[in-house]
Write a protein that binds this ligand. Structure first.
Ligand code: PEP
Ligand code: MN
Length: 275
């Protein structure tokens, strides 16, 4: 283990208890976080929620504050989206995850969502991480666009050492020299982390590939890493999506992906694990 990893303590603790978010036991139940990239309106969110829940999702995702490359792209509906997310979460009694992009939004977001997501672009926003260490809400911490394992775990350590032990890691792909995909999904880092840390870790197959077909293929593949769950972008009508339509699955695609995920997960649990 390299020197700076040796400095970290909390990420290597053995004692992480499973924790519950509504009825979902993180670290025990296989997490399927699914929903639109961005919340666009009530009909889009509620239709998409129905699709993902009826196909096995146990957590709804939806962006309210969007970190966009261009300042002219859709930036998210903000609080209006958070209200819709809370409503759909209450209706189905299902946890909601949404991204926080600004430390000033912690109180606002905590009112409406169950899990706060730190996206790739904010993985090393240390002042944000320190504040998230002080709250009692699970944090979904994605890896940075070109972060190393050490940097990613260092960021998790900021939250854990502040007193918040509810961290879920999420591999969302990294930037490499490959140009045929939006990102390179780094599944080996999931296995590396599983070998050294008990923190739950999931795989975002949508941002990890940037491509609808590949996200379906990689979802079942990812299960064999021992990941604790998956994230998918799903839209009731991907061709009309305001963001990330190319990587969003429609109802039939998500349903097909989930049939395969269930088969592989079943195999993993019953026959593969421990061999
Ligand atoms: C997202 O999940 O909506 C998102 C913007 O993800 P990332 O930070 O991985 O790009
Ligand atoms: Mn997206």
């Amino acid at each position: 283990m390299c020197m700076s990893l040796m400095e970290l303590r909390y990420v290597f603790e053995d004692s992480y208890e499973n924790f519950k978010v509504k009825n979902v036991a993180v670290g025990k139940d296989f997490l399927i976080m699914a929903g639109p990239c961005s919340v666009e309106n009530r009909e889009q969110l509620f239709d998409t929620a129905k699709i993902v829940i009826s196909n096995g999702a146990n957590i709804i995702r939806g962006g309210a504050f969007k970190p966009r490359t261009s300042p002219y792209s859709f930036q998210g509906l903000g609080e209006e989206a958070l209200k819709l997310l809370k409503e759909v979460g209450d209706m189905y009694n299902i946890p909601i995850v949404s991204e926080i992009v600004d430390v000033r939004d912690i109180d606002l977001m905590s009112k409406y969502v169950d899990i706060l997501q730190v996206g790739a672009r904010n993985m090393q926003n240390f002042s944000l991480l320190k504040e998230l260490g002080k709250i009692d809400k699970p944090i979904l911490l994605k890896n940075g666009i070109s972060s190393t394992l050490e940097e990613w775990l260092g960021s998790a350590e900021y939250i854990l050492s502040g007193g918040n032990s509810k961290v879920i890691l999420c591999e969302r792909g990294i930037r490499t020299t490959e140009t045929s995909t939006r990102n390179t999904l780094d599944l080996s880092i999931v296995c590396s982390i599983k070998r050294i840390s008990k923190l739950p870790i999931i795989v975002d197959v949508s941002h990890g590939t940037g491509n609808r077909e590949l996200s379906m293929d990689m979802s079942s593949v990812s299960v064999l890493t021992g990941a604790d769950g998956l994230m998918f972008e799903v839209h009731n009508n991907p061709s009309l999506a305001w963001s990330d339509g190319n990587q969003s699955l429609n109802e039939y695609e998500f349903s097909e992906a989930m049939v395969n995920v269930r088969k592989v997960r079943d195999f993993y649990v019953k026959e593969y694990r421990g061999i």
